[in-house]
Design a protein. Structure first.
Lengths: 688, 137
């Protein structure tokens, strides 16, 4: 990694190389890699890189304007001639290297591990190679490359985690993903079987890895119990006060209405006694057009009173229980009373009607309860009479509630999509409401037809006067056009959930075929959820807990990421996996059977990506499946999968043939003679 | 790639690491880098095939076995039937179904419900992991 950038503040150009680039955010942002895939392509950066190496090695002290040592360079398998030309030019012209040898890293590693004949599987940073080696010589013409390596795996891991936790609070860096991959991934010995049982609770308990990311806890101010009590008390107190006031006001209103009703009733009664004309005059005096209007207002009044009474039920329980108070003053005519007593009488009058109202309310409530009980009894009777039929009605009711809930969630989802039918209906409703001329009835029916809407306008009745609002459902059009989760919707959701629960409770009680596991609650329980197991592991997830919020659960990823090298199709790479390639090389390309036997005895794994636990066993098992029965097979990995390539190159450089002409070393003179791409073939290098 | 070891206060760390002012006695002082355009690997490969084609058409003898090049050592597409197995894009489990709308593969109805609730763009990112996304050029 090379980072070269100019710091504007310091008026200075910095050149930072290698791991040093991560020391500073600026240099990290500018860091570049001279490699394109596994081939060096940017030679300016390569030059900086070599500078850094030679500076740190302290070579060139002799002062002859050159490195002064023979160099061993590694290069990709079958590197294009252009790149080697550029590299040679750089080494010979810029660094005055006396001689250079180019070799393949994995072959150096194999050589270091005393390999003579075998198949080298080298999983590198950007690509994976398989190279057969016979009698110490790498057969480059038989080798195969798979374009998948450690960097792609890291990328894959990172993307998987990002998609698994879309709202993750911390930004997961590439190096973090790499560390996660190195620490937790392993190659499954039987991927298909293992992956199928991975999310089962027993397996998951053992294999799920939880990674805690750093997080800052926002501390909520904890109130002491006393304080909480005091607040609750205060709230209760004020609530009670308000309730009392409201009840009083309601009661007064109720009494007034009752008086009015009584008056209207007397008015009605006079219809029979009075003459028609007199009655009509009386009606006119009281602002009624005719008897029908009177009757209508009586009916309405009656209805409101009834409703008000129902509301009052329960508030004044204790008052109703006490003995009926006496109102002695009421029976005495006004003339016999003093002013004070008159006031008293008025008060008693109020109290009396108050009391009566309460009694009436109580009776009403009693009747309501009676009605409920009757309903329940009828229900039970029906159940006892015909259980299957009753059950089927209950099941139908449950299904209806479920569809209702589903419809609601679907509607909500659709509204978030601008192009959906529901959204368009909503826009139509808004346009209709906003327009001055009321749209035709037909159009508005369409608006009401959106799922969840309970209907268009009621009444109908054409003409200019649309009786919008006469039907309660009309107002739902406003609810339909408001977006987002308002409390109203939540309330309705809660109600639906409660209804569902009630039905399910009944079913649990009476239906022998309906048990706990069938309830919606059990179905939406986290224990049954596959995705919960996938993202949150085996324990319940608490969304409030910030520590849990910044946790990553690695489970299937642990085998899914390393698996790509064996099944590249998983990550969209249209190439055969390493085992298939190995099979191709072993069974097709190596024609000689005796050679094949020898190669099978030493399958050698090297490179950073084979470091996954279980890789050797998997290779052993799968290669065994494809080779002829009874063949001897040995699989081993490099002593150090990462560093052995360097050690091999170092050993090679120290060898007695080092720097000598003829065994692969290209001297400056030869290079000047033969041209840029020239190399001498040797056992660990590319073919020319 | 190691994580940053320490957070630098100022640029002192960088000053320490900077190799710009360091003397380079090992370098040829007269060396001028050629005016080179940095080519990507793709360009290099296509250039190489072009020159090879030109060479074969010309005087150079094109005898002998086919040469191995960077491009042709690449592994061929898999022919093994087991490798065309479908996996769930979300969980990685074996996938039986494909969502006709997003073309995502999924393992069961719960995953399907999750797919339906995905944020816009997420489905494409899942497809991209499998190389099945549509790239507009």
């Amino acid at each position: 990694m090379v980072s070269k950038y100019r710091d504007r503040k310091a008026q200075k150009t910095y050149t930072v190389v290698g791991n040093d680039v991560f020391a500073d955010p600026n240099s990290r942002g500018q860091a570049k890699n001279p490699f394109d895939s596994n081939v060096v392509c940017n030679f300016d950066q390569m030059e900086t890189l070599l500078d850094y190496c030679f500076i740190n090695l302290g070579v060139g002290e002799e002062g002859d304007g050159g490195v002064g040592h023979p160099l061993v360079m590694t290069e990709a398998v079958c590197v294009p001639g252009y790149n080697r030309k550029m590299m040679s030019e750089l080494l010979f012209e810029c660094y005055n290297t006396p001689s250079v040898i180019f070799g393949i890293d994995s072959l150096f590693s194999y050589d270091y591990n005393n390999g003579k004949t075998g198949l080298v599987l080298s999983a590198g940073h950007t690509a994976t190679h398989l190279i057969p080696v016979v009698d110490g010589k790498g057969l480059v013409n038989l080798s195969t490359r798979l374009n998948w390596g450690g960097s792609q795996s890291t990328d894959y891991m990172l993307k998987l985690i990002q998609l698994k936790y879309p709202g993750f609070p911390a930004k997961i860096q590439s190096w973090q993903a790499e560390a996660l991959m190195k620490d937790h991934c392993y190659v499954s010995s039987d991927y298909k079987e293992e992956v199928e049982s991975y999310l089962k609770p027993e397996t998951l308990l053992e294999k799920d890895r939880i990674i805690q990311f750093p997080f800052t806890e926002t501390i909520k101010v904890e109130k002491s119990q006393e304080e909480l009590d005091r607040i609750a008390e205060r709230r209760k107190e004020s609530g009670r006060k308000l309730q009392e006031q409201a009840a009083k006001v309601r009661l007064e209103k109720l009494i007034k209405k009752e008086q009015e009703l009584a008056f209207l009733k007397t008015l009605q009664a006079r219809q029979e006694t009075d003459s028609k004309r007199d009655f009509k005059r009386l009606l006119e005096q009281n602002d009624f057009r005719d008897e029908a209007a009177l009757e209508k207002s009586i009916r309405e009044l009656d209805k409101t009173i009834r409703r008000a009474r129902k509301q009052d039920v329960g508030v004044e329980e204790d008052a109703a229980n006490s003995a009926p108070p006496s109102f002695p003053l009421l029976d005495i005519p006004d003339e016999e009373l003093s002013d004070d007593s008159k006031k008293m009488k008025r008060h008693q009058k109020l109290m009396k009607s108050n009391h009566e109202a309460r009694l009436r309310a109580k009776a009403e409530k009693e009747a309501e309860r009676q009605r409920q009980e009757d309903l329940e009894r009828a229900d039970a009777a029906k159940r006892e009479a015909d259980l299957p039929a009753w059950l089927s009605t209950r099941h139908a009711a449950r299904a209806a509630v479920l569809t209702k809930i589903k419809d609601r969630t679907r509607l909500r989802n659709e509204l978030s999509d601008r192009k959906s039918l529901a959204s368009q209906m909503r826009m139509k409703s808004i346009a209709n409401l906003a327009s001055d001329s009321p749209p035709s009835k037909k159009r508005r029916r369409g608006a009401g037809g959106a799922p969840g809407a309970s209907g268009g306008p009621g009444g109908g009745g054409g003409g200019d006067d649309d009786n919008f609002g006469a039907n309660d459902d009309d107002w739902s059009v406003y609810r339909n056009i408001t977006l987002g989760t308002n409390s109203d919707e939540d309330e309705e959701d809660n109600e639906l959930a409660k209804e569902l629960k009630a039905i399910e409770d009944q079913l649990l009680l009476h239906d022998p075929h309906f048990d706990r596991n069938d309830t919606q609650e059990a179905k939406s329980d986290w224990r049954a959820s596959l995705l919960h197991a996938f993202t949150r592991g085996v324990r319940e997830h608490d969304p409030e807990d910030q520590a849990q919020g910044s946790q990553i659960h690695l489970n299937i990823e642990r085998i899914r990421v390393p698996e790509v090298i064996l099944q590249p199709g998983m990550a969209g790479l249209d190439q055969a996996g390493v085992i298939e390639i190995a099979g191709d090389i072993l069974l097709q390309r190596i024609a000689d059977e005796r050679v094949r036997e020898r190669v099978l005895k030493d399958i050698f794994l090297t490179g950073g990506a084979v470091a996954f636990e279980g890789f050797d066993e998997r290779v052993r098992r799968e290669v065994r499946e494809i080779i002829p029965a009874g063949s001897e097979l040995r699989v081993r990995r490099a002593g150090n999968v990462v560093l052995d390539a360097w050690r091999g190159a170092a050993k090679f450089a120290k060898g007695e043939m080092s720097g000598k002409e003829g065994v692969g070393w290209v001297t400056k003179g030869m290079w000047e003679e033969a041209g840029g791409e020239y190399i001498l073939e040797h056992r660990l290098g590319n073919a020319f | 790639m190691a994580p940053p070891a320490a957070v630098p206060q100022t640029n002192t760390v960088l000053d320490e690491l900077d190799i710009t002012p360091h003397p380079r006695p090992f370098k040829n002082p007269n060396w001028k880098p050629p005016h080179r355009r940095t080519k990507t690997l793709k360009q290099i490969l296509s250039d190489a095939t072009r020159t090879a084609a030109a060479g074969e058409g010309g005087t150079a003898p094109a005898a002998g076995p086919m040469q191995t090049t960077y491009a042709n050592i690449e592994s061929a597409p898999s022919l093994h039937p087991a490798h065309s197995k479908k996996w769930c894009d979300v969980t990685g489990l074996p996938a039986k179904y494909t969502d006709p709308k997003t073309k995502l593969r999924y393992a069961d109805k719960e995953v399907y419900a999750a797919i339906r609730m995905l944020q816009p763009g997420s489905a494409e990112r899942y497809l991209e992991l499998r190389g099945a996304n549509i790239v507009l050029k």
